[in-house]
Design a protein around this ligand. Structure first.
Ligand SMILES: [Zn+2]
Length: 214
C-alpha cells in the first residue's frame, strides 16, 4: 500500500457520499480504476452506507409501528373505560330508587285504598301511579313511632303507610304505563287496629291520608 492509497482511502468516504470536489473525484476515480485495494475499500464503504440507510428506515418503521400500537392500546383502554362507566351508570340507576312524589304523580287522583266486604284493604293505583316498580310499607303507632310492618301493635291504633318506588332509570326516562290499573292487597290479614292508611313520601317525609276507618 503506497502513500497515494492512504490519501485516496481518506477521500473514499466523501467520494462514496458524493461530497468531494470534482478534482478529488476525478483523482479517486482514476486511482480506483487501477488499484484493487482501494476499489475493495470503496465497495466496503458503499455496503456500510447501504446498511446504515437500511437501519435508519427500519428504525423509522419501528417508531411508526410503536406509535400505531400505542394508539390502538389507548383506543382500547378508552373504549373499555367508557363502556365500564356507562355500565356502572346504568347499573346504579337500575338499582337505586326514588320514592314517587305525591304531587308529581297525582297520587290524590290516582291512588285509592278500598276496604272489601271482609274488611281487607286493597291498594288501587291508576294511570301514572301504576308505573311504580314496588311498594313498601311503613307502620306507625298512635304516637307516630315507626313499628315493624309485621309487628302490628294490637292495643294501639296504628297508621299504615305505603310508599311507591320507581327505579331511577325509569324516572329519568319517564317510563309510564298510562291507563293501567293495579290492584294489590295492602294487608294480607284484616287488622282492625289499622285506623288510617297514608301515602308516605320517603324522600320528603310527608304523609298524605288515603283512607280512614269510618
Ligand atoms: Zn490504492
Amino acid at each position: 500500500m503506497n502513500k497515494k492509497c492512504d490519501i485516496i482511502k481518506d477521500l473514499l468516504p466523501l467520494y462514496a457520499e458524493n461530497m468531494c470536489s470534482s478534482d478529488s473525484r476525478q483523482m479517486v476515480a482514476e486511482h480506483i480504476a487501477e488499484c484493487e485495494s482501494c476499489r475493495n475499500e470503496l465497495k466496503k464503504i458503499n455496503t456500510d452506507v447501504a446498511i446504515q440507510a437500511d437501519s435508519d428506515v427500519s428504525m423509522f418503521k419501528r417508531i411508526k409501528k410503536r406509535a400505531r400500537i400505542e394508539k390502538v392500546v389507548i383506543s382500547i383502554v378508552s373504549i373499555v373505560f367508557i363502556c365500564t362507566a356507562m355500565f356502572m351508570t346504568v347499573f346504579i340507576l337500575s338499582n337505586t330508587t326514588n320514592s314517587m312524589n305525591y304531587e308529581k304523580y297525582n297520587m290524590e287522583k290516582y291512588v285509592k285504598v278500598e276496604e272489601d266486604a271482609d274488611g281487607k284493604l286493597w291498594l288501587c293505583t291508576y294511570d301514572q301511579a301504576s308505573s311504580y316498580d314496588f311498594a313498601y310499607p311503613t307502620v306507625w303507632d298512635s304516637d307516630g313511632n315507626e313499628i315493624g310492618d309485621e309487628a302490628f301493635n294490637n292495643d294501639e291504633k296504628d297508621c299504615y303507610g305505603v310508599t311507591l318506588y320507581r327505579f331511577r332509570i325509569n324516572d329519568i326516562f319517564k317510563v309510564v304505563v298510562p291507563s293501567q290499573e293495579k290492584r294489590t292487597p295492602l294487608l294480607n290479614t284484616n287488622k282492625t287496629n289499622i285506623q288510617s292508611v297514608v301515602y308516605y313520601d320517603a324522600k320528603t317525609g310527608e304523609k298524605h291520608t288515603l283512607w280512614e276507618r269510618g
